[in-house]
Design a binder for this molecule. Structure first.
Ligand code: UT7
Length: 324
């Protein structure tokens, strides 16, 4: 049985730092409010001429280097994004072309903040069924391009960046949960909740990308419930106890949602990778950004068990259990 193993991680953050103090000058808000309600202190904002694809390429190059893989060895590129460079073609084909990967599968996945978990699951299935051997899975977003900079309820939350992993087909290294690779993925959406978090437009309606509109309090409530349910499902599906998990690598939307999930698992916060204070909510990029940070600074080590989870517009939600 083939397993999908993460053999490299990489990420990219734009240079420009936007602090809460900077936002105080743009909208009626305070550092205190943003910090207390979301946990965010600062975030990165892409330059005007810097696109989602550009950031994805930087992150992908670093992931390839980290995994000692050459672009020629990549037979799939999957990019999770909700802020593509163009309506078409996909960001994935731009990455594939710019990196010099040979012809192979390449497409974008749109599941908003859950996008990376969806993309990881899709890539895992391609690998398990033998249709690809080495896939670049990327989460990249320029959320600043769909933010309404006059709406204080959303503009203080969202940010830009990209993260990537190389996912590789490898023979099962050990029995069951002890083996390296993705052990399970769990994906959900409830389309009846699609108006709760959305943009105000799109190519086939208004002809523009639109800007973010969110019923924050409602989304928050569902986020807490869905994350609690899905981590329980992961534990049950893999027949494991929370103390077997080395790291929780959650989507970074709100520190209070993250803390609530950790609490449900009985996991102390020092086993949780939290980047929200410095990254803000980078949608599909937040998990691979957090993962790469903790891998590169030596917190996450090969062989450790990671629980990844996310929730976002759709509403969508998902999780994955991975032995790194
Ligand atoms: O990544 C995709 C998934 N997204 C999420 O998971 C986000 C989920 N939601 C949240 O994280 C939180 O709901 C927010 C951080 C968005 C908001 O926190 P909250 O504790 O739910 O605040 P609220 O929306 O209930 O607003 C409380 C008050 C309101 O004033 P009143 O009505 O009580 O007078 C808002 O108008 O805070 C006000 N407010 C602000 N005040 C200062 C809203 N935004 C701001 C702001 N600065 N930026």
């Amino acid at each position: 049985m083939m397993k999908s193993v993460i053999t490299g991680t990489g990420s990219y953050l734009p240079e420009k730092v936007l602090t809460n103090a900077d936002l105080e000058k743009i909208v009626d808000t305070t550092d205190e409010w943003i910090t207390q309600r979301s946990g965010i202190k600062e975030r990165r904002i892409a330059a005007e001429n810097e696109s989602t694809g550009d950031m994805a390429i930087f992150a992908a190059r670093r992931a390839l280097e980290d995994s000692n893989s050459a672009p020629e060895e990549i037979d799939g590129v999957i990019v999770a994004t909700t802020t593509p460079d163009r309506t078409f073609p996909s960001v994935a084909v731009k990455v594939q072309g710019e990196l010099g990967c040979p012809p192979g599968l390449a497409f974008d996945v749109q599941a908003v903040c859950t996008g990376f978990v969806y993309a990881l699951s899709v890539a895992d299935n391609f690998i398990k069924c033998g249709q690809a051997k080495r896939i670049l899975v990327i989460g990249a977003e320029k959320m600043s391009s769909v933010v309404d900079w006059e709406d204080r309820t959303t503009c203080v939350l969202f940010a830009d960046g990209a993260g990537a992993v190389v996912l590789e087909a490898q023979e099962e290294s050990a029995e069951g949960i002890d083996g390296r690779g993705i052990h399970s993925t769990h994906l959900y959406a409830n389309g009846n909740q699609r108006e709760m978090l959305r943009t105000s437009g799109g190519p086939s309606t208004t002809g523009t990308a639109g800007t973010i509109e969110m019923q924050g309090r409602e989304v928050f409530k569902y986020a807490v419930t869905y994350m609690a349910d899905i981590v329980a499902e992961v534990l049950e599906a893999n027949q494991i106890k929370p103390d077997q998990i080395d790291w929780l690598v959650p989507h970074q939307a709100n520190i209070r949602i993250i803390e609530s999930t950790a609490q449900k698992l009985g996991m102390p916060m020092d086993k949780v990778v939290a980047t929200i204070d410095r990254h803000g909510n980078t949608s599909a990029a937040s998990i691979p950004l957090a993962l790469d940070e903790a891998v590169q600074d030596g917190r996450i080590k090969p062989g450790q068990l990671l629980l990844i989870e996310a929730m976002g517009g759709g509403l969508t939600w998902g999780a994955a259990l991975v032995r790194f």
